[in-house]
Ligand binder design. Sequence first.
Ligand code: MTE
Ligand code: MO
Length: 306
Amino acid sequence: MPFKTELKHSDVTPKAAFLNRRQIIAGAAAGVMAGPASARALGDIAKTSHGAGLATTSLEDISSYCNFYEFGVGKDDPPRNAQDMVTVPWSVEIAGLVDRPGTYGLEDILRRVDLEERIYRFRCVEAWAMVIPWVGFELNQLLDMAGVQPSAKYVAFETAVLPDVMEGISRGYLDWPYREALRMDEAMHPLTLMSVGIYGEELRNQNGAPIRLVVPWKYGFKSIKSVVKVELTSKRPPNSWNMQNPREYGFYSNVNPLVDHPRWSQASERRIGDGVFARRHPTLMFNGYGDEVASLYAGMDLTREF
Ligand SMILES: Nc1nc2c(c(=O)[nH]1)N[C@H]1C(S)=C(S)[C@@H](COP(=O)(O)O)O[C@H]1N2
Ligand SMILES: [Mo]
């Protein structure tokens, strides 16, 4: 667990403030409180050294240039269309090969995990990139809470299906719910986060409120938003983009400059916020996290298992 010591911080106030805020909201008329107008600060979370030195993308860009197909296919559709999604209260069902299956309330989860801020590179399969200061906790903490059984080999995730507020649900470009999955070693890896905030604020709806996955060495579509279900399985689960177009989107989706998308190069990327005419940057193998994760794929042919 290479980041554990590096990331330890003793300030527990922010978490308490965050929990308290969610409870107050839950007790009030939730719908009235939802939306970006309320500041929804997570509190004064201590910065860690993870990602120090990377220039972060502005919150303005992170929250206005989004992919969240439940709310439309345009980058500016989610910020416009996601605001009616009610995220308090929220719970996550944990099912399948675990000792303690059940429905876990988000407040309960947050009370039991270590919240941290980590700055990660984020790379979309469409060859744009950001640097995002996430607030979250390691997925392995949630899995330990549920008690993973030895027969579990994969972790599957599902996004909420809310047809009343998600205009994309009635349209057929993806088979809902949005689904993603990780191999067990990927899911247990200390880099893999469940995020609940960005820049010290609760996640905005368009970024996957109130809880989403973040897997920084993989293309962005693996980082599934607004998660309501986590299922431990023995067989490899389907994932939405692979179901939609298996030729273009694989299961692993590791960032790899040497394996092009069938319709465009992955050798370079555009940084959101740089302006359209700015110089492109070379794509880094595993999005720059190779030292931490390359060993997970030793012996695999990454041009076939893309
Ligand atoms: N449920 C759901 N999760 C999703 C998506 C989506 O359409 N639906 N899009 C994915 C893609 S393609 C990307 S690049 C990231 C974008 O995250 P961001 O908008 O917070 O930057 O979310 C991922 N998670
Ligand atoms: Mo993406």
